[in-house]
Design a protein around this ligand. Structure first.
Ligand SMILES: *[C@@H]1O[C@H](CO)[C@@H](O)[C@H](O)[C@H]1NC(C)=O
Ligand SMILES: [Ca+2]
Length: 227
């Protein structure tokens, strides 16, 4: 345990924020290990917005974003179901499914999810288009040390990965806020307009650690756009 904590501290200290504007993470193959770990020192979350962009041709299940605490492996999870039009959003290990999502293969999409513990309501925005607002966890907060993983789905705190849920493709513009963005702020993000970067995860100053074969490459969708 002591060694584990030491390693955790070392990796936390080793992560120097990098400006990834115009860049993307490329996950070129299915594995049960390749991942990007994102660092946050926050331990309590009463509300959240996560936004990211993705590109893939996967038809199977995979995970866009996995946040675990020692007690809950799906404290926040944004998950693509094998059913073409379904995206699952989990908070505190409770999940809702948003159907009718036009998530085309081989296309860059923006995904934002929001949740507020006061109302328990969750919502998904795909390419700036809102979903129905649905009930998730009410009243309970995300709390404890946090591990955020891109590229794999955590089934335990920092592990429990399944190659059949790994992400293959590209991810970019990852931001996370400790509050629910307004619809207009989400539209601004989705439309590549000016927006206030995430106060928990900020793509322009991202602390991360790559494990295995994940590449940081120039983006392919920013000839006219900034994020
Ligand atoms: C992943 O999926 C393949 C094909 O469906 C299957 O043969 C394999 O056992 C699965 N692997 C794991 C670890 O579940
Ligand atoms: Ca899980």
């Amino acid at each position: 345990m002591a060694l584990y904590l030491l390693l955790l501290m070392l990796t936390a200290c080793a992560a120097v924020p990098q400006d990834l504007s115009g860049k993307m993470f490329t996950f070129p193959q299915a594995t049960n290990s390749a991942q990007v770990r994102l660092t946050t020192s926050r331990q309590i979350l009463k509300a959240v917005t996560v936004c990211l962009r993705s590109f893939t041709d996967l038809r199977r299940t995979y995970n866009f974003f996995s946040l675990a605490t020692p007690s809950l492996d799906n404290d926040i999870s944004i998950y693509k179901r094998a059913t073409t039009d379904e995206i699952e959003f989990a908070i505190r290990n409770n999940a809702v499914v948003f159907g009718g999502q036009d998530y085309k293969l081989n296309t860059w999409h923006s995904i934002c999810t929001t949740w507020d513990s006061a109302t328990g309501l969750a919502q998904l925005w795909l390419d700036g288009k809102p979903s129905s607002r649905k009930s998730l966890s009410t009243g309970s907060h995300i709390s404890g040390p946090i591990i955020i993983v891109l590229g794999q789905e955590q089934d335990s705190f920092g592990g429990g990965f399944d190659i059949n849920q790994s992400f293959v493709g590209m991810l970019s513009d990852v931001h996370m806020w400790d509050h629910v963005l307004s619809p207009c702020q989400i539209q601004d993000y989705a439309s590549y307009l000016n927006f206030s970067p995430g106060n928990m995860l900020n793509w322009r100053a991202l602390e991360f650690q790559i494990v295995g074969r994940v590449l940081v490459e120039d983006g392919q969708n920013n000839c006219f756009k900034k994020s």
